[in-house]
Ligand binder design. Structure first.
Ligand code: NAI
Length: 413
């Protein structure tokens, strides 16, 4: 008889120093948890993934199709961060492996850092501090500005962008934003007619868009040229959104008065590895090592959020919060009296016309009594969850395996 996979055989590999709250939650479920401090090189990653059922990572570890193919036991991926572009989502989707993230856990941390940097850049604080460390006393108001009354242009008015909007307005700034979709403007903020219109009006531009084809090099030479002379640029989103050679030229020519950059097209894999960038050594440019969301508060909130999603998927099959597969929210299976707690069969399949009737015919032919069925589809993939009589789960699995559209099945009790 096939059995629900024992919890103590489930191995979770947590990379990149995921907060211990996540490890504790998974261990409390009885899972084996292996923690790795950094992002391992390819060979070590392949070894770690070979027998892992769950993998948790942050922004450095790349999980592309070859790594996913090598991870034949993988049930789910947890991105303990906001972005998920480090995982080849479509490859995971085709394998029936849900990818979870934490869209809100570190929103406030990034917004706070962004606003703080804007104030420091407008006062040229880092430049002055660097001079002081070199023994130079340069008391002068030259180039120092208040932020009050100045215009901030926010590109991407999502979770972080809208929080920056609230904080900036509290400092007396005028807020303009650009987003590809119409957004509810908070407070007195205004959605600009176009990116160009926003760039031309903003003293300070801050970027909060995801990395995708539409945002690749969104800000290059032409866009920076539209910003007023003396403007400031902040990118705490993703490195490939900005052309750094164009930023360097604009800082050197004085067109940009400064900038802050937390993310880069190529980032070192871990602590201690050398950092190379054309922005090194430029005056009034703050460089930070992708720490926008890295506060203790955020790390713990993210760890709890993602661990909860992984546990719910392993234990009851819920895919709520999955970024690459249909989302099905499920209650715990319950049973009472003569009706024993049902077995739950999870089934990822190719969503082609007629597949559901094939599933139901196959189950009917085996005499499987289905107590409840939940289905969600998303494009070419479907996810159906069946609660069946305990005596019928083996027959249900066998009949589902015989359907050619089946991607993956699992049974839980
Ligand atoms: P979000 O998804 O809530 O907001 C993104 C916004 O950008 C959405 O409103 C969307 O409509 C808009 N957008 C998408 N494409 C656009 C385009 N081509 N032009 C204009 N607007 C566009 O994301 P959230 O939570 O605000 O995060 C933003 C980004 O910040 C993340 O995708 C991530 O890359 C980055 N991030 C960086 C961190 C760090 O440590 N530096 C930490 C957390 C997030």
């Amino acid at each position: 008889m096939k059995t629900s996979f024992p919890k103590d055989k489930i191995k979770a590999v947590l990379l990149e120093g995921v907060h211990e709250a996540g490890a504790t939650m998974l261990a409390d479920q009885g899972f084996q948890v292996e923690r790795v401090a950094g992002s391992p090189p390819a060979e070590e990653l392949a070894t770690l993934l070979a027998d892992a059922h769950l993998v948790g990572l942050r922004s450095k570890t790349q999980l592309r199709a070859p790594q996913l193919v090598g991870a034949s036991r993988l049930l789910a991926v947890g991105c303990f961060c906001i972005g998920t572009d480090q995982v080849e989502l479509d490859a995971a989707r085709r394998a029936g492996v849900p990818v979870f993230n934490s869209p809100f856990g570190n929103t406030r941390s990034v917004a706070e850092l962004t606003v703080a940097e804007i104030v420091l850049l407008c006062r040229r604080v880092f430049e002055k501090s660097t001079m002081m460390h070199a023994g130079v006393w340069d008391k002068s108001a030259l180039g120092a500005r208040e932020v009050r009354g100045r215009t901030i242009g926010i590109i991407g008015y999502g979770h972080i962008g809208s929080q920056v909007s609230v904080l900036a307005e509290a400092l007396g700034m005028r807020v303009l934003f650009h987003d590809v979709v119409p957004k509810l403007a908070l407070g007195n903020a205004q959605q600009a007619e176009s990116l160009d219109a926003m760039l031309e009006a903003a003293d300070i531009v801050t970027i909060h868009v995801p990395a995708d084809a539409s945002t690749e090099r969104l800000l290059g030479e032409a866009e920076i040229a539209r910003m007023p002379r003396g403007a400031i640029l902040v990118n705490n989103a993703r490195g490939r959104v900005v052309d750094l050679a164009a930023v360097k030229a604009a800082i050197e020519s004085g067109h940009l008065a400064g900038g802050a950059f937390d993310v880069f097209p190529q980032e070192p894999r871990g602590r201690g590895e050398p950092f190379e960038s054309e922005l090194r050594g430029l005056s009034n440019v703050i460089l930070t090592p992708h720490i926008g969301g890295s506060t203790l508060e955020a790390q713990e909130a993210i760890a709890r959020d993602v661990a909860t999603k992984l546990i719910k998927f392993v234990n009851i099959g819920s895919t709520t919060g999955a970024v690459n597969l249909p989302q099905v929210e499920l209650p715990m299976q319950t049973g009472a009296g003569e009706l024993a707690r049902p077995h739950r069969v999870l089934h990822f399949h190719q969503n082609v016309p007629g597949v559901l009737s094939k599933i139901n015919s196959a189950l009917g032919a085996e005499g499987v009594n289905v107590r409840s069925q939940s289905l969600q589809t998303d494009g070419d993939i479907g996810y159906v969850v069946l609660d069946v009589d305990p005596s019928a789960s083996e027959a249900a699995l066998d009949s589902l395996h015989s359907i050619e559209e089946t991607i993956r099945t699992r049974v839980l009790w």
